[in-house]
Design a protein around this ligand. Sequence first.
Ligand code: NAP
Length: 212
Amino acid sequence: MIVSVFGASGRTGHAFIASANDAGMSLRLHYRAKPSEQVPTSATVVVGSLNDPTAVREVLRGADAVVVLFGPHPDARIPFCATATKHIIAAMHVQSQQRLLVVTGAMTGGMPSNVSLFMRIMRRVVQRSAHEGMVADRTEQERLVRNSTLAGWTLVKPPRLTDEAATDAVEIGPALSVGMRSSISRASLAGALVREIQEPRFAQQAVYVANR
Ligand SMILES: NC(=O)c1ccc[n+]([C@@H]2O[C@H](COP(=O)([O-])OP(=O)(O)OC[C@H]3O[C@@H](n4cnc5c(N)ncnc54)[C@H](OP(=O)(O)O)[C@@H]3O)[C@@H](O)[C@H]2O)c1
């Protein structure tokens, strides 16, 4: 199975590469700059801008599934997630690719009743303190994924991410309750993404995911 990864240089990117490589997946990895870290010898590295259609197409070439793991660094001021995701979806359409997993966050977009009151309040705080357009960018990213006509999109919405080791104690689902104490390790999140690629359960759904 060939899997394209955007946001390969991030911490979830690293965890996903390790987990997917262990699962025998062939990886096509996107980086903005030449990676300083070791990547699996079987992986293909594509270096380029997310705004460069040729680079995006090259990352997607032959992929059975596409995973989007990028997100803004703290204090980032320039929104990019929605535009980059739009380019990826457009290129997937051209190449007739359907399976797209996009990681956003439990506090992104609408706040259904499974998201705790604390998280709703936190979201307001974040909205007030974030640089203009940064919160709206993630909401728009989710909207683009939901409104895409891809048959196999899945939004994966973790609460706080940690760098603990992977564990099998992972809960995932559209109505999973998430709150102040919820978190998931990047390694566990990576494992959940790999499982969802291997055995799709949540096509055309947004799912919350957390360690028990
Ligand atoms: N941190 C949390 O507690 C938390 C909670 C819920 C959801 N999330 C979301 O989960 C995902 C993974 O988070 P993480 O903490 O593992 O990520 P991370 O380590 O912060 O990595 C961020 C990734 O996004 C890329 N990126 C940042 N700014 C960019 C830009 N302007 N243009 C293109 N790429 C850019 C980085 O590339 P470079 O290395 O080239 O900069 C890197 O690959 C993100 O979507 C994040 O928002 C995080």
